[in-house]
Design a protein around this ligand. Structure first.
Ligand code: BGC
Length: 261
């Protein structure tokens, strides 16, 4: 079975049809730059262009950089504030004609990693962080997602964690890997002190350069790079849609486990 997975980000909107049994992309990923301003109608039109590009009919899953409950967007840290209160799932559905599942991007990446990637064989408490323009978080307890966690906004010495330690900050401030790793470490140590996880997975685009910074991190918790790199959001969004989800909070771990067998 194939579902069109779409990852809506601050700089690009990417998609591909996904085989939800194997997690493979069934066509080359297609990317369109995120329109600026990133207002709802402009983004929905780009999603419609992706749907046309793949000549797609049928359900789509969309990962989005915000808290999403029952299709409604509740936060807008790295996306236009016009999204606040909008039923994004409904808007995309009306614009594309495709039944749409909308969920948080880090939750989508987490679902993909737990199903096909670095978390595949792990239970207990697994925390996935995506480092990109912001810092996304997804927590799984015995493989069950706790949706919409927003630890990238945790206060660290008077500043939001993602304003200190996102990959965006690393490049804007031209930080060395050592300088950036120190900031990431401070964030992860705080997470560790609060949650005592069994595994950290580090995702987002920067995870492909993990050999530059993972050895510099000093957490007690085992820490591994994500396996699915910049495809995780696409794959996870497709999986969420395949599970018949209309609501991110309804993600069922049993379904994820079924997909593995
Ligand atoms: C948003 C999260 C998102 C993360 C990564 C944060 O600024 O608040 O919802 O998961 O960025 O895109």
């Amino acid at each position: 079975m194939e579902i069109l997975g779409i990852d809506i980000g601050g700089s690009g909107i990417k998609g591909a049809p996904v085989n939800i049994i194997t997690g493979e992309l069934m066509a080359e990923r297609y990317r369109i730059p995120t329109p600026q301003p990133s207002v709802p109608t402009a983004i929905a039109e780009v999603v419609a262009k992706l749907v046309t590009h793949f000549n797609w009919q049928g359900p789509i899953g969309c990962a989005f950089p915000a808290v999403i409950k029952q299709g409604v967007v509740y936060t807008a840290a790295n996306i236009d504030s016009a999204w606040l209160g909008i039923n994004g799932a409904k808007l995309i559905e009306e614009t594309t004609g495709c039944p749409t599942t909308l969920l948080n991007d880090a939750d989508a990446a987490g679902i993909a990693e737990m199903t096909f990637g670095a978390g595949k064989k792990h239970s207990g408490m697994v925390i996935i962080h995506t480092f990109g323009t912001g810092i996304g978080s997804a927590i799984f307890i015995n493989r069950q997602l706790v949706p919409n966690t927003e630890f990238g906004h945790m206060d660290i010495r008077g500043k939001e964690a993602e304003h200190r330690a996102s990959d965006g900050v690393r490049s804007q401030k031209d930080l060395s890997w050592k300088q950036w790793a120190k900031r990431v470490n401070e964030f992860l140590e705080r997470m560790e002190a609060l949650f005592w996880p069994d595994l950290f997975i580090i995702g987002g685009g920067v995870s492909k350069k993990h050999e530059k910074f993972l050895p510099l991190l000093q957490t007690l918790t085992p820490i591994v790079p994500a396996h699915l790199l910049n495809q995780a959001g696409i794959i996870g969004a497709a999986l969420a849609a395949a599970n018949g989800l209309k609501v991110a909070g309804e993600i069922k771990p049993d379904n994820l486990l079924d997909l593995e067998s």
